[in-house]
Design a binder for this molecule. Structure first.
Ligand code: ITT
Length: 191
């Protein structure tokens, strides 16, 4: 059994990562290691924020850990919301408001190309390494579906005609940014 702390407060991320890793892993939550405060995410890039979260947990606990930082990068918006994806419309994690803002920003835009990018920072035995997962797609003109979270109702992965929010967790994980990054993480952890 590989025991590792997942430095996130996002329950959707925990469910997705658990499903991809499968048996053989014990994912320890921040609450279980006594970290209840918000970890500052002040970096200018996904790599920096993933590092900040993982290093915070490692410095506090000395335990092997990893953190995921994810952004939606929209071509017509020069890569926005990107590293600001969680707080795009408001200060909090208001998924509905974020999606509304994204649709407004893209009103009338024909180029709707976008990608999700996940960077995972893994600290194992005190050594840090990063893996990345990307999925390309487009931003729909209206929301559809009720699965998943965040921008999923607006994101249609390339080669598909349904949004991530219209897919089962299994379907999303098989092609998603996070699914791909976690598959790489698992390869490293198995070494
Ligand atoms: P932690 O920092 O606690 O892990 P978070 O929700 O703040 O959780 P991020 O900083 O990585 O996570 O924020 C990324 C935001 O991007 C997140 O709040 C969602 O709005 C969105 N997002 C991330 N992964 C997503 C996914 O798989 N599908 C849709 N939206 C996603």
């Amino acid at each position: 059994m590989i025991k590792i702390v997942f430095a996130t407060n996002n329950a959707h991320k925990i469910a997705e990562v658990k499903a991809v890793l499968g048996e053989g892993y014990e994912l320890v939550t921040l609450k279980e290691v006594g970290i209840t405060e918000d970890i500052p995410e002040t970096g200018a890039t996904l790599d920096e924020n993933a590092s900040l979260k993982a290093r915070y947990v490692y410095n506090r606990t000395g335990l092997d850990c990893f953190a995921d930082d994810t952004g939606l990068e929209v071509e017509a918006l020069n890569g926005a919301p990107g590293v600001h994806s969680a707080r795009y419309a408001t200060d909090g994690h208001d998924f509905k408001a974020n999606n509304r803002k994204l649709l407004n920003e893209l009103q009338g835009a024909d180029n709707r190309r976008a990608r999700f990018r996940t960077v995972i920072s893994l600290i194992r035995g005190g050594v840090e390494q990063h893996v990345e997962g990307i999925v390309e797609g487009t931003i729909a003109r209206e929301e559809s579906g009720a699965e998943g979270f965040g921008y999923d109702p607006l994101f249609i992965p390339t080669g598909h005609d349904r949004s991530f929010a219209e897919m089962s967790a299994e379907e999303k994980n098989a092609i998603s940014h996070r699914g791909r990054a976690v598959a790489k993480l698992a390869t490293i952890l198995q070494k």
